[in-house]
Design a binder for this molecule. Sequence first.
Ligand code: GAL
Length: 603
Amino acid sequence: MRRRFFRPPLITAGMFFLLGCCMWPWQVLLGREPAFGVIADIQYGDKQGSVSRDYRGSLSRLEQCVEVLNKQPLDFVIQLGDTIDGYATNAVASAADLDSVLSVFNRLTAPKYHVVGNHCQTAGKENLRQRLGLQSFYYTFTVPASEGWRFVVLDGNDAEYGVMSDGQLDWLRTTLAQARQTGEKVVCFCHFPLIKAAAENNHMSKPEPVLAVLDAAAPCVVAWLAGHDHAGGYAYRKGVHHITLQGLVEAPGSTSFARIGLGADRIQETGFGNEPSRELPLCTNEIPRRLSFENGRLWPDNRGVHINAHGGGILWREGVYYWYGEHKIGGKAGNEAQVGVHVYSSRDLTNWKDEGIALAVSDDPASDITKACVLERPKVLFNAKTGKYVMWFHLELKGQGYSAARSGVAVADQPTGPFTFVSSFRPDSSMARDQTLFVDDDGKAYHLYASEDNKTLHIAQLSDDYLTPGGKFIRVFEDRLMEAPAICKRDGKYYFIGSGCTGWAPNAARAAVASSIWGPWKELGNPCVGVNPANGIGPDKTFGGQSTCILPVQGKRDAFIALFDIWNPDNAIDGRYVWLPVRFTGEGFTVTWANTWDLSVFD
Ligand code: GAL
């Protein structure tokens, strides 16, 4: 069995020892937790890129990373491979690009470590070894300031693409067994993510033997940090936090890197640019805390399951947000209501607890909401006069396609239900499909719904108990085929987002403003700005999504979030969520794409 010992790259062992001696007392004195910086997929190339893969621009983004990381007290910085994009047939040009990357990366003042990725290989293994100062592409190290922590760097390519050799697996087994014996906590770094849940598109080709080694060494490995899948991701498996960092090459106009703090009981990921932040408890049953909105990604609830509340609406009540939405099942059958309306609760809008099914479809074939009806866009209000929670939704009777065009109403004593179905009908005797609800400052509630075969939107006042239409309504956006209505009120003005009418396929969002809910409503055009790099879709198709509501953030002034669904009609349960901050301009507002963001944008 081969044994590999740590050799700090780029600095000599002697220098490292001195550095360690200098840093240790300071960090003890300051009581600072151990921390390191991490960057993935710089993938620089002195060549033309694409809209999202900006090879050349990666160098200036790396400069920004270096500048920010140099201001942080860090024990080391590690890059997770694919420093260059490379040229398959030109090792010399690849090596030149690698030199350009290193000339920036080496400006980092903290000790530097390297993981080797698949693209790096185009520079040639020997070149890589020399330039990165590595004897081996897999090695282990510790740093004095991070006492009790061991870092293990792995080579995901040493057998073949995405496959580790038996020799490396043996070495890993021995390394982890020793760490386990001495009670060290281990962070593994590898270019390749290990599990699909943490990297939807690209992960290790043969993860099973690696996972077996990790499982056998449990609980010593607490994190697996990887790059490779530029969209990034996160998953938890058997005590190990699998963090896939977003690729720097895919961050035009932004950056993407992280500071990882190593606490006694948690790992704190602080993301910069596109990279999200996360709080990850160690070896407990506690649920990892999400600190940012990760648009278009899987959104795990408190059980780690993707939130199932599509076409949703949010109610805030007594310090808690309740998110109601269509519960979908897998496949095309999920486009019909097989289960009902799902509800989740949250105090911070990023961490959601599954509160179960708020309104269940009925087993009675005679019920309007019998299983396999179409039950969409549920929205819930609290009625202060009756003390009841009132839900409205778009209802289509089972087996009748979209021809019934009704509104359904249900009521409950508690925000999480169970809701009891009350009735379904066509309000003001015309059709009602996509819909939302809105309560004004005076407690009066309004129902906005696509009517007249979706051609014209209606806004109707509800009865005082919110259970029926109150009689008064107006017709707005005549013949505009306005769907997916969402509304909010700020400084006495009403702001609206909607979509055109193209079924599950996305189209351009539309904005409008009015000084009274009764109009006149003035259209403001498309409020969307930017591109969703995961699908390459920009404002012309609303980043691939469709509006569902506008959420006022409690306790913050002028803080509103626009909520969109990215539908997946072929596998309905896999619909994704896009939440973006609304920025008010002179007359209207914009909604700008962000891969990840958090509520601090409103501070
Ligand atoms: C969309 C609508 C969705 C759903 C879908 C069915 O236009 O906004 O809620 O009804 O059509 O095709």
